[in-house]
Design a protein around this ligand. Structure first.
Ligand code: ADP
Length: 496
């Protein structure tokens, strides 16, 4: 494997990682950047702050590489998905702040479209749901609310892009206005079957074609870095949204293979190969498109609160000093003593999709201790993941054989034991849990023609395998209790 550079532009920080010829991360630079919350429900990023933070990490890693820079074969980009930017084609000046995926300002708009009965069309073409989470309604908002934007867009003076697209535009000195299929598939404007922007969807959201980036496969020549910027021209040959990149970095290359990333939320993604399977309660998305192998689809279950449930026990209740302490505390008891914690703190995502759900802790007795609550929080992460996977299995007809895990909370052995028990499936933690950046680097290797899929599969190494050890009766009893608790959480805020 050659040296590869990964740009990982996340929601709260920008990172750059250098991978050496053994696929090992030898240097990472990271910068946080400000989050802007003008009023509750709105979430914005300043495109210049985002760009500056990314550029600084890139320069830092290149300075570290020094003379070795010449060995860097390619750059891969992975990014927070769905976030919307609009900038001037000449010169690249942003017209407005980036509207972040979490931003809910277009909830009424998407709800109106849903009432008009357009969701089946949208779901059919995009594999997604009508939700402000995705890009289209936000782009429409920008065109309606930024002075003169619609007229200028129609004249071809403006560029729309997700974060990958904006970074490539800037990195190439404004020469390239492109994106990749995995990012395009999160916009609600892209037909995942024909792999092209869709006129019906463009009409629905009133988006002029003139502002759209060209869509390329995930491994492809996206452009070269402008030497005026970095002192060197490095080809950008791999691009994918963060969850798709993680699936690739986990080498889930065959249909039926799946990974979950346990971070603030949890994202379960299952490779479904060339079949764009639909499953109730989860999204269908493009995993990637490669020059030789073509397109690969995936099912995705987004769980809003996972590690954040542990965070809440720490910061909200002061029950823990650190997230890592949750493991020892939860191990201090043999089970939760009948306690369930449904952490629907911001509604529930897959497979329930209920914005009115609220958190519930139930089954309390006089004997309930901190240990029981900590254990219930870890179990909740595992139950939610199990529910998402169940929806995928029902929709795709594919039975999960093993689950690969990564993200901050994958350090918790007890969580992985519980996950394996509740799924009745082996859970595998790789040696490298920086799978998102690794996936971007590997895609760049493929796009640059210096790596093949066997090479991608070969770099995956096991740290530890967790084998199920729970009998079926107990599993069923626990899961039925969990579902009773979920029923209490669903719709709670609507009743209030
Ligand atoms: P993100 O990328 O979403 O910011 P990370 O992958 O960095 O998240 O993971 C951080 C999350 O994982 C936090 O919510 C934290 O509470 C949780 N976490 C980190 N370590 C552990 C642990 N050992 N056990 C349980 N949860 C953990």
């Amino acid at each position: 494997m050659p040296h590869l550079l990964a740009i990982d532009q996340g929601t709260t920080s920008s990172r750059t990682t250098l991978f050496d010829s053994a696929g090992k991360a030898v240097r990472t630079a990271q910068r946080e950047f400000p989050q802007h919350y003008p009023v509750p429900g709105l979430v914005e990023h300043d495109p210049e702050e985002l760009w500056e933070s990314q550029l600084l990490t890139l320069r830092e890693v290149l300075a570290f590489a020094g003379a070795e820079q010449k060995k860097i074969a390619a750059i891969g980009i992975t990014n927070q998905r769905e976030t919307v930017l609009l900038w001037e084609r000449e010169g690249g000046r942003p017209l407005y702040r980036a509207l972040v995926w979490q931003d809910r300002r277009t909830a009424d708009f998407t709800q109106r479209l849903r009432r008009e009965g357009t969701e089946p069309l949208v779901r059919d073409k995009t594999g997604l749901l009508l939700d402000p989470y995705f890009s289209a309604s936000k782009l429409s908002w920008l065109l309606d609310n930024v002075d003169g934007a619609r007229e200028r867009a129609a004249r071809g003076e403006l560029c729309f892009g997700t974060v990958d697209s904006f970074l490539i535009y800037r990195l190439t000195g404004g020469r390239r206005h492109v994106t990749d299929v995995s990012n395009a598939s999160r916009t609600l404007l892209f037909n995942i079957h024909t792999l092209s922007w869709d006129d019906d969807l463009l009409r629905l959201f009133r988006i002029p074609r003139e502002i759209l980036p060209e869509v390329l496969p995930s491994g492809a020549p996206f452009g070269e870095t402008d030497p005026a910027l970095l002192g060197t021209a490095i080809p950008i040959t791999g691009v994918a949204g963060d969850q798709q990149a993680a699936l690739f970095g986990q080498a889930c290359l065959a249909p039926g293979m799946a990974k979950v990333t346990y971070g603030t939320g949890a994202f379960v993604v299952m490779n479904t190969g060339q079949c764009a399977a639909l499953a109730d309660g989860v999204l269908t998305t493009v995993a990637w498109q490669l020059p030789r192998e073509g397109v690969c689809y995936a099912l995705e279950g987004s769980i809003f609160i996972a590690g954040a449930a542990v965070q809440w026990l720490r910061d909200g209740l002061g029950l823990l000093a650190s997230a890592a302490e949750s493991e020892a505390l939860a191990r201090s008891v043999p089970d939760t003593g009948g306690v369930y914690f449904v952490p629907a703190l911001t509604g529930m995502g897959a497979p329930y999709w209920d914005p009115f759900a609220r958190g519930v802790i139930c089954g309390l007795t006089r004997g309930t201790s901190r240990g029981h609550l900590a254990r219930a929080a870890l179990e909740a992460i595992a139950y939610q993941t199990r529910d998402a996977i169940g929806a995928m299995e029902r929709g795709s007809g594919v039975q999960l054989r093993e689950l690969r895990v990564d993200g901050g909370a994958a350090a918790n052995d007890l969580l992985l034991e519980l996950q394996s028990d509740l799924l009745d499936t082996p859970v595998l933690r790789p040696a490298c849990t920086e799978t998102t950046a690794l996936g971007a680097a590997l895609l760049a290797g493929i796009g640059g023609g210096v790596l093949d899929l066997e090479g991608v599969a070969r770099q995956w190494a096991l740290d530890r395998r967790f084998i199920p050890a729970m009998d079926a009766r107990r599993r069923e009893k626990l899961c039925s209790g969990w579902h009773r608790a979920v029923d209490l959480a669903l719709g709670w805020d609507r009743l209030a």
